[in-house]
Design a protein around this ligand. Structure first.
Ligand code: HPA
Length: 282
C-alpha cells in the first residue's frame, strides 16, 4: 500500500517539475547558468545579486515552504560576478518532515531551467580537530549517513540513470578553481569530507568518535540529498561548509543553535567573497 502511493508520487515528478518550470518561464525568460543553495546563516550572498526576478517559494508550484529560522524562503534569479545565477535563500531539510523528493525538488527544477553547475553552502560541525570555528572548508567528498536516499523509488530515465556514479560528486575542477580564488582573495580554506545526518538532534560523543573514525571532517544535516540529485542530473558540484561548532568528543560543550547561526553569519562575508571570486572563473 505504502509502495503504491510512493510510486504514484514519483510518477508525478515530471509533471510537478514541468508545472513549476512553466510558472517560472511565464514570468521571466532569464536563463541562469549556475544554481546556488545558500545554507543556514549564509543567505546574504543573495543581497549582492543584481536581481532579474525574485520568486517567493510560496509562489512556486510544488515548492515546499522552508520552516527553518534564518532561512528566507525565496529564489533569486539575477547576476553576480558576471554570471547568471539562481540562488535559493533557504533550503529544505529532511528533519523538517519533508520527503527527500521535496528536499531536492528545487535542484531538479533549476537543472531543467538550464543550470549545469551547483554551488551549495552549509553550516557544519567540525569533526576534524584541526578546524577552528568560522573556518571555510571545501567539500571533497561525502558520506550519506541519513539512512535514506532521494533516488529510492522508480527511476525517471529522462532525469538521470538508475545507478548514478559517485566517484567524484564534488568536482575536482571546481575545487581547484575555488582553491585558486581563495589564494587570490586571501581567504584561508581547508578541504574535507562531509557526513550528512538526518538530524534534528546534534550527535552524541560516541557518534562523533565513530564519524571521525570513518574519515569524516564535517557533519551536517543537509547538502547530501541535493548533491546526489545534482549528480543524478549530471551537474558539476562545488560544496562549501562553514565550521560553526567543534565536535570534539573529549571537550564537548552543549551546542546552541543561536551560536551556530551567529558563527555562520560572521563567516558569511568571507564565504560570499570566495564564492563570488570562484564562480567568476566558472
Ligand atoms: N552536527 C550536525 N549538524 C550540524 C552541526 C553539528 O555539530 N553543526 C552545524 N550543523
Amino acid at each position: 500500500m505504502v509502495m503504491k502511493r510512493f510510486c504514484r508520487e514519483k510518477n508525478g515528478l515530471m509533471d510537478r517539475i514541468g508545472e513549476c518550470l512553466a510558472h517560472m518561464k511565464e514570468k521571466t525568460d532569464f536563463k541562469p547558468e549556475i544554481a546556488l543553495i545558500l545554507g543556514t546563516g549564509l543567505g546574504r550572498l543573495a543581497d549582492r545579486i543584481k536581481p532579474e526576478r525574485i520568486f517567493a517559494y510560496n509562489e512556486l508550484p510544488h515548492f515546499p515552504q522552508s520552516t527553518v529560522q534564518s532561512h528566507k524562503g525565496q529564489l533569486v534569479l539575477g547576476e553576480i560576478a558576471g554570471k547568471k545565477v539562481a540562488a535559493m535563500e533557504g533550503r529544505f531539510h529532511y528533519y523538517e518532515g519533508y520527503s527527500l523528493e521535496e528536499v531536492t525538488f528545487a535542484v531538479r527544477v533549476l537543472r531543467e531551467l538550464g543550470t549545469r553547475k551547483l554551488v551549495v553552502s552549509n553550516a557544519a560541525g567540525g569533526l576534524n580537530l584541526e578546524y577552528r570555528k568560522g573556518e571555510i572548508v571545501l567539500i571533497t567528498d561525502h558520506i550519506n549517513f541519513m539512512g535514506v536516499n532521494p533516488l529510492i523509488g522508480p527511476n525517471e530515465e529522462k532525469l538521470g540513470p538508475r545507478f548514478p556514479d559517485m566517484c567524484e560528486p564534488y568536482s575536482r575542477r571546481l575545487i581547484d578553481l575555488a582553491l585558486k580564488s581563495a589564494q587570490e582573495v586571501q581567504i584561508p580554506v581547508r578541504q574535507g569530507v562531509y557526513i550528512g545526518v538526518a538530524g534534528p538532534c546534534l550527535e552524541t560523543r560516541a557518534e562523533y568518535r565513530m564519524m571521525r573514525h570513518w574519515g569524516a571532517d564535517l557533519v551536517g544535516m543537509s547538502t547530501v540529498p541535493e548533491v546526489i540529485v545534482a549528480v543524478h542530473m549530471g551537474m558539476e558540484v562545488l560544496g562549501v561548509s562553514v565550521v560553526t561548532d567543534l565536535c570534539d568528543p573529549d571537550h564537548l560543550a552543549p551546542c546552541d543553535i543561536q551560536e551556530i547561526i551567529k558563527t555562520a553569519n560572521e563567516a558569511g562575508p568571507k564565504l560570499d567573497k570566495l564564492i563570488a571570486a570562484t564562480i567568476q572563473k566558472f
